[in-house]
Design a protein around this ligand. Structure first.
Ligand code: UDP
Ligand code: MG
Length: 325
């Protein structure tokens, strides 16, 4: 190993939310992989407001081993914000984002580093198989990735999560993206840079339960679509136009009947049908508009993206970051 190579630092960012069941195994496996990578490393836990023993366990790890670092949020801010914070605080020449539950095998990081050595600036993990996940999860994920690709102008790789390595250049570019609403993998795709993939089989969760219940999945999907696409608004316009056209045609029929025929009022069913259809469409379109307005509201308020209430083993430079964002 050359002297120059030794000096480079890799940061591993691990968001954790109620992960007491996996933390010690994950720390072991991560350390194992990072010890063999040939670079210096830091493993940065981002505690996203856990309510179990996660924080205490992470603190203990930090006390025993200075490779481990910790920032702890004042409450649960969500996975995407946790990884954003992790990248903000990271110091590495490259940063790896990985889930805490060992669904993304730490050994794959070594393949990613190899690609980075070859000069790639973004190396994402592409899931070949996903074992141990419900049919519902796999199905919704598959549909989601294809749908979002259809809805957006940015070319987003399909079946790719947040498990990836990104170069310092990309991390710095990412810091320029200030939006509150964060679909991180989309933003990274939008940034561009020299990108490649490594393929891997996604394992089942090592222990514990998923921290992405349906409610969070829906919010995640809506964030992803609304932050990268106006198409829902445009579709609403088209739908409005088409429906208006048919209504106009029907209006002519109604007027004709009223003026030139003596057909009386047999039309309760048809009136009801029109009212119901229209009300449905109008409410739906209002909902779509509301989704965007709500997000504009969030952006305009400009509140901090996250608040850190506790940290461990941070360097002076990293402590400076505590007042940012
Ligand atoms: N996570 C988080 N905050 C949340 C939800 C999840 O930091 O509000 C973390 C979680 O601890 C894990 C990662 O995000 O490290 C992915 O979550 P999970 O494995 O539960 O999601 P799934 O793989 O089921 O989609
Ligand atoms: Mg998982």
């Amino acid at each position: 190993m050359s002297e120059k190579k030794k000096k480079k630092l890799i940061s591993v960012v691990v968001p954790v939310y109620n992960e007491e069941a996996v933390l010690s195994e994950t720390s072991k496996r991560l350390k194992q992989s990072m010890e063999t990578c040939g670079y210096d490393y830091e493993i940065l836990w981002v505690n996203d407001g856990s309510k179990d023993q996660t924080l205490a366990m992470a603190r203990e790890l930090c006390e025993k081993d200075k490779h481990f670092k910790l920032i702890s949020f004042s409450r649960n801010f969500g996975h995407q914000i946790a990884i954003t914070a992790g990248m903000d605080f990271s110091l590495g020449d490259a940063v790896v984002i990985i889930d805490a539950d060992l669904q993304d095998p730490p050994a794959v990081i070594l393949d990613m580093i190899q690609k980075w050595d070859e000069g790639y600036e973004v190396v994402y993990g592409k899931r070949l198989k996903r074992s141990g996940e419900t049919f519902f999860k796999k199905f919704t994920a598959k549909v989601f990735y294809r749908f979002i690709n259809m809805m957006t102008e940015v070319d987003m790789p399909v079946d790719v999560g947040d498990f990836r390595l990104i170069d310092r250049k990309v991390v710095d570019a990412l810091k320029l993206v200030n939006e509150r609403q964060r679909y991180v993998r989309g933003i990274i795709a939008w940034l561009g840079f020299k990108t490649t993939a490594v393929e891997y089989n996604r394992d089942k969760r090592f222990a514990g339960e998923t921290k992405y219940p349906l409610k969070k999945m829906i919010k995640f999907a809506l964030d992803a679509i609304t932050s990268f696409s106006y198409k829902p608004l445009r579709l609403a316009t088209y739908m409005g136009l088409i429906v208006s056209f048919f209504s106009f045609v029907y209006l002519l029929v109604v007027l004709f009947q009223g003026w030139f025929t003596d057909t009386t009022v047999p039309g309760w069913a048809s009136s009801m049908a029109v009212i119901l259809i229209f009300n449905g469409i109008i409410l739906m379109i209002l909902g779509v508009i509301g989704e965007y307005i709500g997000r504009i509201y969030d952006e305009v308020k400009g509140r901090p993206l996250y608040l850190v209430s506790y940290s461990e083993n941070l360097s002076e430079k990293q402590k400076g970051q505590l007042l940012q964002r």
